[in-house]
Design a protein around this ligand. Structure first.
Ligand SMILES: [Zn+2]
Length: 409
């Protein structure tokens, strides 16, 4: 893959050309098959950013979050990168990367990749002074937008209302792939804006809202088992080493806690009014009709120990998967919900509850923090997370940690 960045009037444009051995169908790090649709995309920075200096390693990592699924043996950047970055690409992906000839970069501050959902709101509560970088999807000039129900404008507006130091970065990079739908080519592409702004904002770390399930339990699409080596989110995994080599290590402040904990923190935080996990709802509120709304309502009802509030019935299409036997994506939270929501037998989760037989006792580990997740946090920010988790959440004991480490076996 040959990649080239150009900058004009506040907009970084990435163009890439496939080498003969590259293919237009590839797999991203979580195993999803992706089809390439077009070979350019843009990342628009806010006007006041001007033409910032951007270290070539940051440009290279931002490009790699877009082109990695379709690159086979080598990647050629348009300016020299550091030897450390080339080494991280070689050991992580087996690709030859170059040219090499730049020094390593460093930065100081921690920024939060803020989506507006409960997980990133929980991260914001742990680091109340950290600036936000919000990724906003915009249409691609060469790809028709058939996904107008995705209200990225509403999410950006809610992010603005948080009152936090905020940079909104607009990008059409999700449209470079056509299958299964527009989306991040790699999950890490959400960081493209933060990468391009890292020198301007003096960033030395990027906090993301990936929680226990995504980091340690195999997540939704990846594998359904204990995954300490998770290549996407382990600090010493391929992506973790790549971001660290660019002087912007990934920080997962809520990597040790479940979505029940992030939900509880988010709803008790001063960002409560701006929290929104639904991608479809208007300015008035979440849609209440989508997959995500149903899943998150189960978690919220469980956290609040109240009956489920939904008009969705077991016969509806989006409730179909909960009528089947497990495994389920995010199964630990389905167990938690089934164990804590009163009257679960009258909800679309009745069948799942029968299959799972979860109890308050069997799901207690999901209310505490898995200590190895704190150990993974770069030293500069570890103490803050440790103190927060000890004071506000509580650490898992040995039996509870054992539940994490035997998940899916
Ligand atoms: Zn919704």
């Amino acid at each position: 893959m040959r990649v080239e960045w150009t900058f004009d009037d506040g907009v970084w444009r990435l163009a890439f050309l496939l080498h003969p051995e590259d293919e237009t169908v590839g797999l991203c790090a979580d195993g999803q098959r992706l089809e390439l649709r077009t070979n350019s995309c843009r990342v628009k920075l806010p006007k006041e950013a001007g033409k910032p200096y951007v270290h070539p390693d940051l440009l290279a990592v931002a490009a790699w979050t877009v082109v990695a699924p379709w690159t086979r043996r080598r990647v050629t950047f348009d300016r020299p990168i550091s030897a450390d970055l080339a080494e991280a690409l070689r050991t992580g992906w087996g690709v030859d990367a170059g040219p090499v000839g730049e020094d390593r970069r460093e930065g100081a501050r921690l920024a939060i990749s803020y989506s507006g959902g409960a997980d990133s709101a929980a991260v914001a509560d742990i680091f109340p002074d950290a600036p936000f970088v919000h990724f906003q999807r915009v249409s691609h000039p060469r790809v028709p937008n058939r996904w107008t129900h995705y209200r990225s404008d509403v999410l950006a507006r809610l992010a603005r209302r948080t009152g936090r130091e905020l940079t909104i970065v607009q990008s059409d990079l999700e449209f470079v792939l056509s299958f299964p739908r527009p989306g991040f080519p790699e999950h890490h592409a959400v960081a493209a804006g933060a990468l391009l702004l890292a020198d301007e904002l003096d960033l030395g770390g990027l906090a993301l809202g990936y929680e226990l399930g995504s980091r340690w339990l195999g997540g939704d699409r990846y594998v359904h088992r204990y995954s300490p080596e998770n290549p996407m989110w382990a600090a010493d995994g391929a992506w973790g080493r790549l971001f660290a080599a660019a002087g912007l290590p990934i920080v997962l402040p809520v990597g040790g806690v479940s979505e029940a904990v992030t939900m509880r923190i988010a709803l008790a935080s001063d960002l409560r009014e701006q929290v929104r996990w639904c991608l479809r709802g208007s300015g008035d509120g979440p849609c209440g009709e989508c997959d995500k709304c149903l899943y998150k309502e189960l978690i919220q009802a469980a956290v609040e120990r109240r009956p489920l509030r939904t008009t969705i019935t077991a016969g509806r299409g989006i409730a179909r998967k909960w009528q089947q036997p497990p495994p389920y994506g995010g199964q630990e939270m389905i167990e938690y919900g089934c164990a804590h929501v009163p009257g679960i037998e009258t909800t679309p989760f009745a069948k799942a509850a029968e299959y799972l037989q979860a109890t308050v006792e069997s799901t207690r580990w999901l209310e505490h923090c898995y200590p190895p997740a704190i150990e993974e946090i770069p030293e500069r920010w570890r103490k803050r997370v440790d103190t927060y988790m000890v004071d506000s959440v509580g650490l898992m004991d040995g039996d509870e940690a054992h539940r994490v480490e035997t998940w899916g076996t």
